[in-house]
Design a binder for this molecule. Structure first.
Ligand code: AHR
Length: 496
């Protein structure tokens, strides 16, 4: 049996737990909005047409912020299409997903949904086909109290109080050639800076996000961030990172280590941002908004034929996650938490049906995918401060990342106690985890759960929704503190 060690010491503080780490994303894509959060004919729909079962699951998931309305969708979006009487809203072609957008849901509906879900909105403006004027119009419509054409229009549309949206993304993935209105770093940087500057005149206290890279493998990675931040450093608060991972060619070992890339991604962007700050002699620090991250079998999506016609809300990107996906996903969450000093916001992409923790049947059931559980547990139990745990772990060889530790872990500490989040990446053997918590005095392990299964490819379905769910871990010893982590497992251990 292999053994790994970690040390809990309140002195190893990284940063406070950032509640915005537990953000998600709702894009007008596939069945995320329509048949996802919104389905007026559904038996559980409320008066606004929102699915109550999805609202309940969103609250249970512990989502804190929701990014909207895209994604690639936003780069062709006209926000005005989605306001006013629904019968008068135009149907439009959505070039990003080759679909028809009915505009039944727009910014006012989204804000109503946010209030019901208890989440903070994070709005994106279109810097693909549009620019400064339209971004200002949307901001005025949303945030200005009243007494102007656009703010009065919002009031007339039923929203008397301003929406008061604080976080704004200046476009989406503008480094990607697939993006409508794709730009060079210099073109985008200039536009983002001027848009952000004007938006701040309208509303001083905004938090603005500049587009970083769509992945660490992008040919422009690094240079993109440097140029964009050179232009926008004084204006923005965040630079974004986006990353998706999938198991490739049956290489489970590499897949379970995918957080290695996320660590590298974060370190590189922090170094680049700080380098630009140094050159500009600025005392300001730019944080990371990791506003798209997930497991996504993108290769399957790319191999599929694009839809021939322009369907409304077609099933797109509907990945069905298995246990190994949830464990790789848990590793990504641990990495986000470990870097809480600089990653101060994040959005799981996405929330419902589209590469999502929540799945729905049209007119029918909603259920939790395997990935739901690590997210819900981390959101519920990560509290207070994030602690480094100084893991000492045996390692294994991966084709993609070289030698990688079997154990990936982080802890948080609040008045309620300490919670350790730990992944065993071994594909075939349990790992004995020894916890040195001498610095906590007389603390004991009060509970331990594990998410695992004999079949690493087992999934949850509408008929068997709880096949993969956290269960009490029976293999706990108290003196010394030891927990047996099954192979391919996500684990949560409480000490008090
Ligand atoms: O989340 C799915 C898509 O992935 C988003 O629309 C886009 O921003 C990214 O490429």
């Amino acid at each position: 049996m292999q053994t790994a060690h970690l040390t809990i010491d309140p002195a190893f503080r990284v940063a406070p737990v950032r509640r915005r780490t537990f953000g998600a994303f709702v894009e007008h894509l596939g069945r995320c909005v329509y048949e996802g959060i919104y389905e007026p004919g559904h038996p559980r729909a409320d008066d606004d047409g929102f699915r109550r079962d999805v609202l309940d699951l969103t609250r249970e998931l512990g989502v804190t912020t929701v990014r909207y309305p895209g994604g690639n969708f936003v780069s062709g979006y006209r926000w005005e299409d989605g306001i006013g009487p629904k019968s008068r809203r135009p149907r439009r072609l959505d070039l990003a997903w080759h679909s028809t957008e009915t505009n039944e849901v727009g910014v006012d509906e989204f804000m109503r949904w946010c209030r019901k879900a208890g989440v903070e909105p994070m709005m994106a403006v279109n810097l693909g086909t549009r620019g400064i004027a339209e971004a200002l119009d949307l901001l005025e419509y949303c945030n200005h109290p009243s007494g102007t054409a656009l703010s009065d229009l919002r009031v007339a549309n039923g929203a008397k109080e301003p929406h008061d949206i604080r976080m704004w993304c200046l476009g989406n993935e503008m480094d990607g050639p697939w993006q409508t209105g794709h730009k060079t770093a210099r073109e985008y940087g200039r536009l983002a800076a001027e848009t952000g500057r004007a938006m701040r005149v309208l509303d001083r206290d905004l938090e603005l996000v500049a587009c970083g890279s769509s992945g660490s493998g992008m040919p422009t990675f690094g240079a993109w961030e440097a140029t964009v931040l050179e232009e926008t450093y004084d204006v923005v608060d965040y630079v974004s990172c986006h990353a998706y991972y999938e198991e490739k060619n049956g290489d489970l070992g590499s897949f379970l280590a995918c957080s290695t890339d996320m660590e590298y991604f974060i370190r590189s962007v922090v170094a680049t941002a700080d380098h630009v700050g140094a050159r500009l002699k600025s005392r300001k620090r730019i944080d990371i908004s990791f506003d798209e991250w997930n497991i996504w079998y993108m290769s399957r999506f790319q191999a599929a034929e694009p839809p021939a016609d322009w369907p409304v809300a077609p099933p797109l990107l509907e990945d069905h996650y298995h246990l190994a996906d949830a464990v790789a996903f848990g590793g990504l969450l641990i990495t986000l938490l470990r870097n809480s000093d600089r990653v101060t916001a994040a959005s799981l992409a996405q929330l419902v049906n589209v590469i999502a923790p929540i799945m729905t049947e049209p007119g029918g059931r909603a259920w939790r995918q395997t990935t739901f559980h690590p997210f819900a547990q981390a959101s519920r139990h990560a509290a207070g401060d994030v602690l480094r745990v100084e893991p000492v772990s045996p390692s294994y060889e991966t084709a993609e990342y070289g030698e990688v530790p079997l154990l990936h872990a982080v802890a948080t500490r609040s008045d309620a106690g300490v919670t350790v989040f730990a992944v065993n990446r071994s594909t075939d053997a349990p790992l004995s985890l020894e916890i040195d918590a001498r610095a906590l005095g007389r603390a004991r392990i009060t509970a331990a759960t594990t998410l695992t299964d004999d079949d690493v490819y087992a999934r949850n379905t509408a008929d068997d929704p709880d096949r993969i769910a956290p269960r009490a871990n029976p293999d706990v010893e108290h003196d010394p503190m030891r927990v047996l982590l099954p192979p391919v497992s996500w684990n949560v251990i409480h000490l008090a």
